[in-house]
Design a protein around this ligand. Sequence first.
Ligand SMILES: [Zn+2]
Ligand SMILES: [Zn+2]
Length: 246
Amino acid sequence: MSHVMIRVDVARLLIAGHSDIAISRKLKADANVIARTRAQLGLPKVKPGNRPAASPEELFWHRVQPTPDGHMDWTGFRASNGTLGLRHNGTFHTAYRIAYRIANNREPQGKAQPNCTHDHCVKPGHHDDRIDRDARHAHALALARSAPVTLEEQFQVYAIPTADGHMDWTGPRCKGLPVAHHDGRQESVYRIAFRTAHGREPDGHVRPICGHDDCVKPGHHADHTIRQQEPRVDTLYDAIFGTISP
Ligand SMILES: [Zn+2]
Ligand SMILES: [Zn+2]
């Protein structure tokens, strides 16, 4: 896995919002190493010198933690209703809206919501607004009319996110269980979701373990191996980011 290439001291300063030049001066780190680490963390370039007064976008980067699988968690304020965000000059900004502005350079229309499979993801680029959702819906309709072909397309068209963080299957079923078709073969959607989440073939039966009936959301299933194991802490994640404080 490429994350072992990350230099922890460089990553810390990048996450704290320092510019490449400042980091290379401070740590005598190679510019290529800094650039690669910045890219792996998905952080934007910071211009050296005349720093503007802290903006919500700038404050945002001090309150995120990258996950090993390419998303970001929020380490900042969480309102009692679960909304993630920060206060700037007396105005509350949700983390999703800031992330959206960073990625798209415009205000989101309607609600900005994560469009990835990571719960409460705040990584810029992982959100849709109303315009995006309409476009996605139109795209899904067009795909459906032309009959989705690949397993990924079928997943995109038939797996519908629920309000409480799961996914329902609106596609074909066999003996009541969600299935997809490819190359004349039929496959369990649970197995497809498992491969998506774990990057390997499952062994033995694959079943949802989240409590949502027939859930097809990647990450919500266990195979025989996982059922035998205790839940594991992601030691790689801890090794890289464990000691960073926002
Ligand atoms: Zn994400
Ligand atoms: Zn679920």
